[in-house]
Design a protein around this ligand. Structure first.
Ligand code: ATP
Ligand code: MG
Length: 392
């Protein structure tokens, strides 16, 4: 049986004059995600986007699974396509919804007719199809208020569609409609979630990761690339920058007070990220910081980190508990990768007693006691030489 995928617009539907722009971005992202599965055609009507397969052998389970992760729709469903006459519609409803109806006790039919030339009106379609289904499945009773299964029939211009209802889609607004930001992606639980959350608001994400070989291993880097890959069904393709951070960390260790290591490291991370952003038209940074979670994320530490750069820093998980972050990490399937026990450049250089209430003056004085500039420039140069594309 021929099927299509229907996506119900969320916030896009509320846009004004620029609605079309958002719809186009949404369709462009859908197209990109579904293209490897075969040919699809896209149309829109009344805040619905129709993905119509044009090849016969398309894996529709995979297509739905991909489409439901593309930000921009609040609900998704797949529907059977049939000819616009009651015989075909009834036969299709029996075949397409039969299994669900078999296991239900109550049902109703809900009809919509946008093709006013169709000979029956909506209540008449409900009556006729309801009667046919009751006959075919005699164990069912009609419940118009709270049915276990609703058989929806939509009579459109070119065909009729039959389905049993929506399920939630990704929500948000299309990636690419809110500008670009750089995600500081560690191997932990929080930063992939932070990236997912900002992509949900339409931001096109690049990712940057800092490594300190030989203190951090190739496996640790692979883990982060895997995380980047995992969020790409939501975030789209991601430019992935990998910063060689060993020399800077060794210089910090040799020249600055140990209790300020983490905060100084974080400041230099921000500076490097900012320079790469400026050279690539990226306007903000994203981190997975949550206030109070660890010593480097106290209010005082965040003030000192922020002062190191002049671009906005988005911290979407700042007010969330770890359990709430974990819930999202599980949903987007990054959790199991994040908990693999590989070292991070921050953890291998963690001070025994980090200062939780550093003053900006002492942090700046510590950083100024050594000339980090040549090391920072070198790290930036080496990073931009080997940026890779992750996802697809
Ligand atoms: P996460 O779970 O995201 O690793 P965390 O709770 O472990 O966070 P920290 O290690 O203090 O917290 O890091 C805070 C934030 O700094 C991270 O969310 C991430 O945005 C950034 N960060 C830390 N280490 C790295 C790294 N090696 N490369 C890139 N960003 C990093
Ligand atoms: Mg971490």
């Amino acid at each position: 049986m021929k099927e299509i995928i229907l996506l119900k617009e969320g916030e896009i539907a509320l846009k004004g004059l620029n609605k079309r722009q958002f719809e186009e971005a949404f369709i462009k992202n859908l197209r990109h995600r579904l293209k490897p599965l075969g040919k699809f055609e896209y149309t829109r009507a009344q805040s619905l986007i129709y993905c119509i397969p044009r090849d016969d052998d398309i894996d529709m389970d995979e297509a739905v699974s991909r489409a439901e992760k593309v930000f921009g729709a609040v609900a998704i469903c797949r529907a059977a396509v049939t000819e616009k006459n009651m015989d075909s519609i009834s036969a299709a409803a029996i075949e397409y919804c039969g299994e669900e109806l078999e296991y239900a006790r109550t049902f109703k039919v809900c009809a919509k007719r946008s093709d006013k030339g169709f000979p029956l009106n909506s209540p008449q379609i409900c009556m006729e199809l309801g009667g046919i289904l009751s006959e075919k499945f005699p164990h069912l009773t009609v419940d118009v208020k709270n049915p276990q299964v609703t058989v929806n029939v939509e009579i459109r211009d070119t065909a009729a569609y039959i389905h049993t209802g929506n399920r939630p889609a990704a929500g948000g607004i299309p990636v690419g409609t809110s500008g670009k930001a750089m995600l500081l992606l560690s191997g932990g639980i929080d930063s992939p979630v932070a990236g997912y959350m900002m992509a949900k608001r339409g931001i096109d994400i690049s990712a940057i990761h800092y490594v300190s070989p030989p203190y951090t291993s190739e496996r640790a880097l692979m883990k982060v690339e895997q995380l980047c890959e995992k969020i790409s069904p939501y975030c789209g393709d991601t430019a992935f920058y990998c910063v060689p951070f060993t020399e800077i960390q060794e210089a910090l260790r040799g020249n600055c007070p140990e209790e300020l290591f983490t905060i100084l490291m974080r400041r230099i991370m921000m500076e490097i990220a900012q320079r790469i952003c400026e050279a690539n038209g990226i306007s903000a940074l994203i981190t997975g910081e949550s206030v109070g979670q660890v010593a480097s994320q106290t209010m005082g530490a965040i003030v000192c980190t922020d002062a190191a750069c002049c671009m906005p820093v988005f911290r979407p998980v700042i007010g969330m508990d770890k359990t709430e972050i974990v819930e999202i990490a599980r949903k987007i399937d990054t959790f199991d990768i994040s908990i693999q026990p590989y070292e991070d450049c921050c953890t291998v250089f963690t001070p025994k007693h980090p200062k939780t209430k550093p003053s900006l003056a002492e942090v700046e004085a510590a950083q100024n006691s050594f000339d980090f500039e040549p090391l920072i420039s070198k790290a930036v140069e080496e990073t931009v030489k080997k940026v890779i594309k992750v996802g697809g």
